[in-house]
Design a protein around this ligand. Structure first.
Ligand code: DGY
Length: 321
């Protein structure tokens, strides 16, 4: 008898075919809407493998509904949507997709730095609205990336990939991480810095740490007051790390200069969010890892983790907490 798998969103056909060769697969066929919670709770009842995304909350309730479940395979590097402790207690393996999205996410992070510093979206809108009447000396002037100080909070794989890009742009790089990384400092020429000192010195602050309740609203009112008035905040990690209401006030009151956001406290962000009314914010719909090649690799790893585990082998990329 083939094992049963549920997939919570339409995935690339080639990966779907790979899974159907080995298992009986059911899938939520929609691309634009997540599987309704009630349906998810029904679908997991008889499955051994769950292929899910960061949009599904896989908590005690879901896991309890799935007595045969052996593996929860998240197609993401982040896994804050899953109660890993509870899953492991029930003997369920949790896996993620680290490594393959590092460079793509670092590219997008750098793109947000450039877009905010040089006001790319605002300038493009200015032209399309017909506001461009002439060339003027200080029109749409932004901030230089070359020679600026980048502060990276979270020096994991993506932080290091961002540092390599920043070096090429002639930036000075500070980082803060829960543990100091001496080897990386030597290899990449980056300097360790205490959290508060980084906030005070950096021209760009890039958040690249995993989300956990301990870092909820790590960046809030107090932290914005410590930043330079010209600072640019970039968040390509998880929305909950930043207090969005404090961010709005900091941007509105000129406590910082701009922000580039790929992630939000609530996703999708409400269209009436005050943040979307500000010209000095560039907002993206959580597309950090969204290159065709990378998303395919992520889906492939997520599928292979399920296949390995349901064949009785070891997962390729288990989540370790
Ligand atoms: C992740 O993998 O955690 C990203 O947020 C989506 O690629």
């Amino acid at each position: 008898m083939k094992p049963k798998i549920y997939i919570t969103r339409k995935i690339p056909e080639v990966i779907y075919d790979q899974l159907t060769e080995f298992a009986t697969v059911r899938m939520w066929e929609e691309e634009e809407t997540p599987v309704p919670r009630e349906l998810l709770l029904q679908e997991v009842r008889d499955i051994e493998g769950l292929f899910c995304l960061l949009t599904e909350t896989i908590d005690e309730e879901v896991i309890q509904q799935a007595p045969k479940l052996k593996i929860i395979s998240n197609m993401a590097v982040g896994f804050n949507n899953i109660d890993v402790t509870y899953a492991n207690k029930q003997g369920v393996i949790v896996t993620n997709t680290p490594g393959v999205l590092t460079e793509t996410t670092a590219d997008l992070t750098f793109a947000l730095m450039m877009a905010t510093a040089r006001r790319i979206v605002e300038a493009s809108d200015y032209l399309r609205k017909g506001d461009w009447k002439t060339w003027s000396p200080m029109q749409l002037t932004g901030r230089d990336i070359y020679g600026a100080t980048l502060g990276i909070i979270g020096m994991g794989r993506i932080g290091q990939a961002l540092a390599r890009r920043a070096k090429g742009f002639g930036m000075d790089i500070l980082y803060y991480n829960r543990s100091r990384k001496n080897e990386i400092e030597k290899k990449l020429g980056v300097e360790y810095c205490e959290f508060e000192s980084l906030l005070q010195q950096a021209d760009f602050i890039s958040l690249l740490l995993p989300y956990s309740p301990e870092v909820h609203h790590l960046i809030g009112e107090k932290e914005f007051k410590q930043m330079k008035k010209t600072a640019i905040l970039i968040n390509t990690a998880r929305g909950g790390i930043v207090d969005e209401s404090a961010l709005y006030h900091a941007l509105k009151n000129g406590e910082i200069w701009a922000a580039g956001l790929d992630v939000f406290e609530k996703e999708p962000i409400d269209l009436d969010s005050p943040l979307l009314s500000l010209p000095n914010v560039v907002t993206l719909p959580h597309i950090g890892s969204a290159s065709e090649a990378t998303r395919l690799k992520m889906a492939e790893i997520a599928a292979n983790n399920i296949i390995q585990v349901l064949k009785g082998g070891q997962p390729i990329t288990p989540v370790k907490i």
